[in-house]
Design a binder for this molecule. Structure first.
Ligand code: FAD
Length: 384
């Protein structure tokens, strides 16, 4: 990936924003198990950070996806994973299908205010009995004149307690399996919509994760994204960006972990020498740096394919799988080299260790990525 001066300027202004407007508050937000998402995205909207690759007609900058990659790299420098996750859900996970396949009326109503930072979005796919197995989802949208009446439950939804709208994958026909699903935008002030639970989590504390209930929620049919019955396919496309951006945030965070651990190793002495003087430690850290660089290059390759209009499903699935492994390994090795201090909450590595456990599960578990890769590599016997 060749970055231009324009990319560099964009990167520097985001870096300033992260350093001045996010990082000083992270400890308090983690403690509160929430962050003021509306306040943060309003500031980001004012600085044109939110809609970089979205059409200018709806307030975006009309740039290509390489700027989303730069944004994710800089958000990966936030001192926790919860805030970047919440922001990238808004920018890269609940809006791509709306931006590409939504009608003008729908984009004017939900995409434009989201790009300006006046509305917060969420993506609602997972259900209590359907996570990895998306085809098993049961939330139903019954056709009723010019509207749908939606009933069901979505769970583990990021931004769930704060979102103004959710992009929900629902069943619009009585069929089973992959057929008959649609993506529908549901405003969270619609009668019958409620947040039925806010989860307490082991990590990503500053991001809110909720169960959402739909009790005969009526939405007009023009809230549907794309043709009826194409929701599964549109969501699978949308997942590619989600997985790529998740991997980018992960390598940026891993790089920070390695950097702060290297600083610690230079000042911590055992047996008369700084820890960094031990070759075992130098080599482990060098290995982590190598793996991080390989993941970065893989993600840049995915972004280049995306910009060129090519399918990157295979590579994005591989990058997401690798990122999940690497996030865990880097956090584990770096915590080990901090010794007992690494186990203490006052050192940032303890938070990274907890936060890193999510990526191999969320946005498609490792085994789901392996299933996609195995299929694309021709390893799955026909009919299986
Ligand atoms: C903090 C957090 C935030 C989230 N945010 C969102 C969100 O914003 N929107 C949203 O829709 N969802 C969200 N999710 C849900 C997430 O995407 C799901 O948890 C994930 O897809 C796994 O689904 P599941 O939890 O139902 O696990 P299950 O599908 O029950 O799977 C359990 C485990 O079984 C294994 N497994 C599953 N299938 C197979 C297989 N075929 N072969 C072998 N092993 C398998 C995997 O190890 C998997 O982890 C979030 C989850 C968390 C924890």
């Amino acid at each position: 990936m060749r970055f231009t001066e324009e990319h560099q300027l964009f990167r520097e202004s985001l870096r300033r924003f992260v350093d001045e407007e996010i990082n000083p508050h992270v400890d308090a937000w983690e403690e509160a198990e929430s962050f003021p998402a509306h306040e943060v995205i309003a500031k980001m909207g004012d600085l044109n950070f939110l809609g970089v690759n979205y059409p200018e007609a709806f307030g975006g900058l009309g740039l290509d996806f390489s700027y989303n990659l730069v944004r994710a790299e800089e958000l990966g420098r936030v001192h926790c994973a919860g805030v970047p996750m919440a922001i990238t859900v808004h920018t890269d996970m609940c809006t791509p299908a709306l931006a590409e396949h939504g009608s003008d009326e729908l984009r004017q109503s939900f995409l434009e205010p989201s790009i300006r930072g006046r509305m917060l979005g969420a993506i609602a796919v997972t259900e209590p009995d359907a996570g990895s197995d998306v085809a098993n989802l049961r939330t139903r949208a019954e056709s009723d004149g010019d509207g749908y009446v939606i009933s069901g439950t979505k769970t583990f939804i990021t931004n769930g307690t704060q979102a103004d709208w959710v992009c929900a994958l629902v069943r619009t026909s009585t069929g089973t399996g992959y057929d008959g699903m649609s993506l529908v935008i549901v405003p969270t002030d619609a009668p019958g919509f409620s947040v039925s639970k806010k989860f307490k989590k082991m990590g990503n504390h500053s991001s809110d994760t909720a169960e959402l209930s739909f009790d005969r929620v009526r939405v007009p049919k023009w809230h549907r994204i794309g043709p009826e019955g194409r929701g599964f396919q549109l969501q699978m496309q949308q997942f590619q960006k989600e997985r790529l951006i998740g991997a980018v945030v992960a390598y940026a965070a891993a790089e920070r972990m390695v950097g702060l651990t290297a600083r610690y190793l230079k000042q911590r002495h055992t047996f008369g020498k700084p820890l960094i003087a031990r070759q075992w430690i130098q080599f482990k850290m060098a290995e982590l740096a190598t793996e991080i660089e390989m993941l970065r290059q893989m993600c840049h390759h995915c972004a280049e394919k995306l910009v060129a209009g090519e399918d990157m499903t295979r590579e994005a699935s591989m990058a997401k799988l690798k990122a999940g492994h690497l996030a865990r390994t880097v956090a584990d090795v770096c915590l080990q080299f901090h010794g007992g201090y690494g186990y203490m909450e006052e050192y940032p590595i303890a938070r990274y260790y907890r936060d890193a456990r999510l990526l191999p599960i969320g946005a498609g578990a490792d085994e789901v990525m392996l299933g996609i890769i195995a299929k694309l590599e021709g390893l799955v016997p026909e009919g299986r």
